[in-house]
Design a protein. Structure first.
Length: 113
């Protein structure tokens, strides 16, 4: 079970499909499930901090994959929480994809059941 949730606090509030008054409720429900929340700001969102994916490795268990840009945008406490939750953090250097493609590491991965 995923025990870390990363989200942009203002992202829920800006989502046209979510009424603003529901944002605090969404946060409360996530915390109530026992998950640790890693919230990031707009600058981190612009640095692809929300573009990460937890994957399962046959040799190392769970791993979190994100770009060097995203990793650099996180503060030490955010990094610690993410590392503690997955154990292995894989940081990819993909500036061309982020600059030209407008996406990041998560966009480059396919989930296989």
């Amino acid at each position: 079970m995923v025990n870390r949730v990363a989200r942009c606090g203002r992202g829920i509030e800006r989502d046209e499909f979510v009424v603003e008054r529901r944002a605090p409720l969404a946060r409360e429900r996530l915390v109530a499930t026992g998950r640790h929340l890693v919230e990031f700001d707009d600058a981190q969102l612009g640095a692809f901090a929300g573009n990460m994916l937890e994957v399962l490795s046959h040799t190392q268990g769970r791993a979190l994959v994100l770009s060097a840009t995203a990793w650099a945008s996180l503060d030490p406490s955010q990094r610690f929480t993410l590392e503690e939750g997955t154990g292995v953090v894989v940081v990819g250097h993909v500036p061309l994809i982020e600059l030209r493609g407008g996406g990041s590491v998560r966009c480059m991965l396919a989930e296989v059941p």
